[in-house]
Write a protein that binds this ligand. Structure first.
Ligand SMILES: Nc1ncnc2c1ncn2[C@@H]1O[C@H](COP(=O)(O)OP(=O)(O)OP(=O)(O)O)[C@@H](O)[C@H]1O
Ligand SMILES: [Mg+2]
Length: 471
């Protein structure tokens, strides 16, 4: 039973007009009563409708802060009401209540723009956290942000693909739907995930990024779900996993294609049930986590190969966000380059430098296989090697990037590259060791991994990260 502390509106201090009102739409009076009681205990006003047409009528007459609707109603599907609200009441979050086990309905509602869903039998704890999140949503901005404004995770750019992307980000940040972010390496997938979280009702709660390719398979379950004391040797204390850490916030599953199949099954269950079980525990606990996943790989191909479960894919990919490649936004290169340069100069405490027209033109001509991250690397290297205030085309040394794409760089001795930014230098060392180990073992990855003292998984991840796959 909820206690007084869970009231989100205090009836002693707030006037009736400032109390958020929730519209609940259901044709079963016992569910209506349960919902109404719970919401009233949270200090909220409730209005009821028993069918779609009454609900539409009430939406015209009153201002609501949230609409909760059943999926099956006497005069149609709840989905119709979702579509109506998305179209005519853009600022109103709508959540659906789905029959137990009908996940397709939930997915369809989220795709149509529902804020979230609750499965029957409705868990009151989940209901309360859904309502709190919905009421916590910042008001919808009338204009999509320019990206230039001082946001912490701003996706910069004014080209049509970037404008479209930002408007999607704005919309998606107002829903709890799982998002699947696809796009080439360095195209801003993680930045987009952080931006969605930062704009969402969950922004006060953690954003937990997880690199699915970097966790050893035998530790995956305990890392994701936590463990009880004594669950295995070395488990001296009880610990929560990523899900518990992200409770109330966002779990970002990066490189999700790298999840082993056994883990995929467990993840699917956790997402569907919104519950997890710690390793060594007999009890499940509720978790309220929004999942955003990303990969630069083609997940559909991995499904065809049998390396990724289709059911999990459908669960993760409720809404897909495609990051444009930098070469598709040539008009933005100048804006991005200047913004990155200004940031780098400020961070290193040096006076602001500019790119000459010729350097900008060279950058615009360049193909950027590594996208914005590559642009950042080029500019970082330029600043490290050139002290001029006006950076000319020579300072950029683009030819060396073009002449030596990631897989060719390996051929140069590491000692000559000490002037590179640290990450590039370390990457080069790592590449050299891997290539050497592969050559010594006649390109047998297992043997090469052994030689380097790393797991095959970690080896595969590094090969992919360093772009050595084509060798
Ligand atoms: N539109 C953008 N505006 C500003 N910075 C950007 C933009 N896109 C990417 N970046 C920057 O480029 C770098 C790479 O972005 P991010 O790490 O999000 O890429 P990614 O798609 O996750 O890459 P990977 O596939 O390699 O993991 C980051 O420093 C990020 O801040
Ligand atoms: Mg990333």
């Amino acid at each position: 039973m909820p206690n007084q502390n869970e009231r989100i509106v205090n009836s002693n201090t707030s006037s009736k007009s400032s109390v958020p009102t929730i519209l609940i739409v259901d044709d079963e009076s016992d569910i209506l009563e349960l919902l109404e009681l719970t919401l009233a205990r949270m200090g909220l006003e409730v209005e009821r409708a028993m069918n779609i047409s009454d609900a539409k009528h009430m939406l015209e007459l009153h201002h609501f802060s949230l609409c909760l609707t059943d999926m099956r109603l006497p005069d149609g599907e709840g989905l119709e009401l979702v579509q109506h609200i998305v179209k005519y009441c853009v600022d109103l979050p709508v959540a659906v209540i789905t029959a137990h086990g009908t996940t397709e309905n939930a997915v369809a509602a989220l795709k149509a723009g529902a804020f979230d869903y609750l499965a029957k039998p409705v868990s009151l704890k989940q209901l309360r956290s859904l309502v709190k999140s919905a009421l916590n949503l910042p008001p919808l901005k009338s204009k999509v942000s320019s990206g230039i404004e001082d946001e912490e995770y701003a996706l910069l750019g004014e080209s049509p693909p970037m404008l479209q992307l930002r408007s999607m980000v704005e919309k998606l940040s107002r829903s709890q739907a799982p998002i699947y972010i696809s796009g080439e390496s360095g195209s801003g997938k993680e930045l987009a995930a952080r931006s969605i979280h930062a704009k969402s009702a969950r922004h006060g709660k953690p954003f937990v990024p997880v690199n699915c390719g970097a966790i050893p398979e035998n530790l995956m379950e305990s890392e994701f779900f936590g463990y009880k004391k004594g669950a295995f040797t070395g488990a001296d204390v009880e610990r929560g996993g990523f899900f518990q850490a992200a409770d109330g916030g966002t779990l970002f599953l990066d490189e999700v294609a790298d999840l082993p199949l056994t883990m995929q099954v467990k993840l699917l269950r956790a997402i569907q049930e919104k519950r997890v079980r710690k390793l060594g525990s007999t009890q499940e606990e509720n978790v309220d986590v929004r999942i955003i996943s990303a990969t630069h790989q083609k997940l559909t191909e991995r499904i065809e190969d049998g390396r990724f479960r289709q059911d999990l894919y459908y669960r993760l990919n409720v809404i897909e966000l495609k990051m444009p490649a930098l070469r598709e936004m040539k008009d933005d290169i100048s804006l991005l380059a200047n913004a990155i340069l200004a940031r780098l100069c400020e961070a290193s405490g040096r006076i602001k430098c500019n790119l000459r027209k010729s350097s900008l033109e060279a950058l615009i001509q360049y193909d950027f296989p590594g996208n914005v991250r590559e642009l950042e690397n080029i500019l970082e290297r330029t600043l490290a090697l050139c002290s001029d205030v006006e950076i000319g085309q020579d300072g950029l040394q683009l030819e060396s990037f073009e002449a030596s794409p990631p897989d060719v760089v390996v051929a140069q001795p590491a000692t000559s590259s000490i002037a590179l930014p640290l990450q590039d230098y370390l990457d080069r060392l790592e590449k050299e060791s891997i290539v050497e180990a592969l050559e010594k073992t006649k390109y047998k990855r297992t043997a090469a991994a052994k030689l380097l003292g790393i797991t095959v998984r970690s080896m595969r991840y590094r090969i992919e990260r360093l772009g050595l796959n084509d060798e």
